[in-house]
Design a binder for this molecule. Structure first.
Ligand code: UGY
Ligand code: MN
Length: 248
């Protein structure tokens, strides 16, 4: 609940959006049964991908086929079983799955309260490269590397850095006081969830205090910068489109 009636930190602009859990409204999503589904980012906002938050209740399941789209599913909390092209994978907090196009999927047997973050995008093939296969991993197996040589800002790259992938999902962890080293402006679009801590995000020419649970969409070329504040590390998981020509 908002502390003050009529007040929100949510902002939806042409080039970026900040959304906070206090403003989330569930919607029914095809294939997802007995779940609470929140569409955090979608083309309705101006984005070229969707970002969903699914919270499992009793007997929840998500079933379907990815068709022309691909998903990256990250377990924010809890556990469940992902059946991907008939192969079962156990997922726990910090697990992630890349679900390629034309893949049958079933997410089920989840503990009540399990939260899945899903990035969904139309897959864009690249001449000379195969479509990637199902990939399942856990963030703990991915080393955090200093970002551009900065030990206090570390990046975990969850998916292979290979041209066959047209998206990346990374986790960025900042020590208190650490910053993105410069204000970035780039062709890639971002969808982001704050996982831990707090800080200030510069979006376009605006500065917003942010904390765990907040969601940000950044359109291509939206100037962006972050500083971690407070006494604890701050981290966020984010999506970006990569490895495809600027003129498709
Ligand atoms: O990968 C990125 O573009 C990343 N450095 N951007 C960000 O954290 N806002
Ligand atoms: Mn960026």
């Amino acid at each position: 609940m908002n502390e003050l009636f009529g007040h929100t930190r949510d902002v939806v602009k042409e080039r970026y959006a900040l959304r906070t859990p206090a403003g989330f409204v569930p919607s029914c999503l095809p294939g997802w049964r007995n779940c609470v589904g929140i569409v955090q980012i979608s083309p309705g906002m101006g984005a070229d991908f969707s970002q969903l938050l699914i919270t499992f209740q009793k007997n929840s399941e998500g079933r379907g086929n990815t068709g022309r789209n691909e998903y990256v599913v990250y377990v924010l909390e809890g556990k469940c079983v992902a059946t991907l092209n008939e192969k079962k994978h156990s997922l726990v907090t910090g697990s992630y799955a890349f679900v390629p196009p034309n893949c049958d999927f079933l997410f089920s047997q989840g503990k009540v309260g399990t939260r899945l973050l899903i990035f969904e995008k139309r897959f864009q093939s690249l001449d000379g490269y195969e479509t990637p296969n199902v990939l399942v991993g856990h963030e703990r197996a991915i080393k955090g590397n200093p970002f551009l040589g900065h030990e206090e800002a570390r990046l975990q790259v969850l998916l292979p850095d290979h041209p066959s992938f047209d998206l990346a999902v990374n986790i960025f962890t900042y020590d208190p006081g650490a910053t993105l080293p410069f204000v970035e402006t780039h062709i890639m679009e971002h969808g982001l969830v704050m996982l831990k801590g707090q800080g200030v995000y510069r979006l376009d020419a605006d500065y917003h205090p942010v904390q765990a649970g907040d969601v940000i969409w950044m359109a291509p070329y939206c100037p962006q910068w972050f500083v971690a504040m407070g006494t604890t590390t701050a981290s966020y998981i984010y999506y970006k489109d990569v490895n495809r020509p600027a003129l498709p």
